[in-house]
Design a protein around this ligand. Structure first.
Ligand code: NAD
Length: 330
């Protein structure tokens, strides 16, 4: 099999190169993202391997078919960047449904601890020989309330971590996990009671702008919001207003509504044209990471292994256990 691998970063090759040898596949690595201009690079390959910011829209899919591509292999869980309707009946789409929920849950906890105790600010201060602690006061997490929205694989692990901190965990999910021991409450109760709200549900039509002006209004004054799920769960305007009015006490964000133009790239020599992102970055109580919650050795290894197994199954004509069939976004 010949694989056209888009949006390649150096760390991808570390995990995919040894496996390509094992499977005797050829991987053509491209630093470009897949889009209508770069789709031509896939000519002569059998498979395209893509990530979260590649453009797999209807036009691109038509061009992939013309180029002889037979499989779209996502090396991520989410597939909101793929036009599944356009792919239906033409190109099967496979993904990596789960790689390391632990990685994401632990990153959510890291964001919470940093935003609460302002370790990101302490780090820059002490490096500048500024040992003043004014403005760095946080709160004890013990006995505070964490509201977890979405108690699937990641949310459940985050709930366990929060319990380890001695927090009371309340949760909301459209399909509550039976016998989980979690205290499920309505969304209204969750927003009113939580000192910390952590988002772990997928981005769907129903969850788009789950955090909006109404929900911010319902929050406890000073609540901390953590989002490691998908940017569009949060209405950025509502978040900015909540931060400006101090209703929201802090935010730890690994994802952002308009992240495609910035995340994963070095933009340090450029002017940030996205005023909302620039404003968010200006708040001392906001910590943004660049969609790195998944980024552990264990997760990268699992991503590479499952992607190659998906391609192997396809080459053998075996059932594609990780084929994406519905239009639900994850
Ligand atoms: P999962 O499918 O195991 O769990 C999602 C849970 O959300 C399910 O229990 C589901 O019932 C619930 N849910 C769906 N709609 C809901 C709604 N309207 N209200 C409340 N709950 C709802 O998924 P997971 O593996 O735990 O992943 C969660 C999300 O994390 C993914 O959808 C993805 O967007 C995100 N993610 C982010 C990264 C990262 O690097 N930042 C990596 C992997 C996954």
């Amino acid at each position: 099999m010949k694989i056209a691998f888009y949006d390649t970063k150096p760390y991808d090759r570390v995990w995919f190169d040894p496996l390509s040898e094992e499977y005797a596949y050829t991987i053509k690595y491209f630093e470009h993202r897949l889009n209508p201009d770069t789709v031509v690079l896939s000519r002569g390959c059998d498979v395209v391997c893509v990530f979260v910011s590649d453009d797999v829209s209807a036009d691109v899919i038509a061009a992939l078919c013309e180029n002889g591509i037979r499989l779209i292999a996502l090396r991520c869980a989410g597939y909101n960047n793929v036009d599944l309707k356009a792919a239906e009946g033409r190109l099967p789409v496979v993904r990596v449904p789960s790689y390391s929920p632990t990685a994401v849950a632990e990153h959510a906890a890291a964001l919470l601890l940093s935003v609460n105790r302002k370790t990101h600010r302490a780090y820059t201060r002490t490096r500048d020989n500024n040992f003043n602690i004014n403005g760095l006061m946080g709160m004890d997490l013990r006995d505070k309330v964490t509201g977890v929205i979405g108690t699937g694989k990641i949310g459940m692990l985050f709930a366990q971590i929060a319990k380890g901190f001695g927090m009371r965990v309340i949760a909301n999910d459209v399909s509550p996990a039976e016998d989980s021991g979690l205290e499920y409450v309505s969304p209204d109760e969750l927003f009113a009671l939580s000192d910390v709200i952590s988002l772990h549900c997928p981005l769907t039509k129903e969850t788009h702008h789950l955090i909006n002006a109404h929900r911010v209004g319902q929050m406890k004054a000073g609540a901390i919001l953590i989002n490691t799920s998908r940017g569009a769960l949060v209405d950025t305007d509502a978040l900015l207003e909540g931060l400006k009015s101090k209703k929201i006490g802090g935010a730890g964000l690994d994802v952002y509504e308009e992240e495609e133009a910035y995340f994963f790239e070095d933009k340090s020599n450029e002017i940030i044209a996205d005023d909302d992102l620039a404003r968010l970055l200006s708040f001392p109580n906001v910590l943004i990471t660049s969609h790195q919650a998944f980024f552990t050795r264990e997760a990268m290894q699992a991503i590479a292994m499952t992607t190659m197994e998906n391609i192997f199954s396809f080459s053998k004509g075996d059932p594609l256990v990780n084929q994406v069939k519905s239009t639900r976004q994850g």
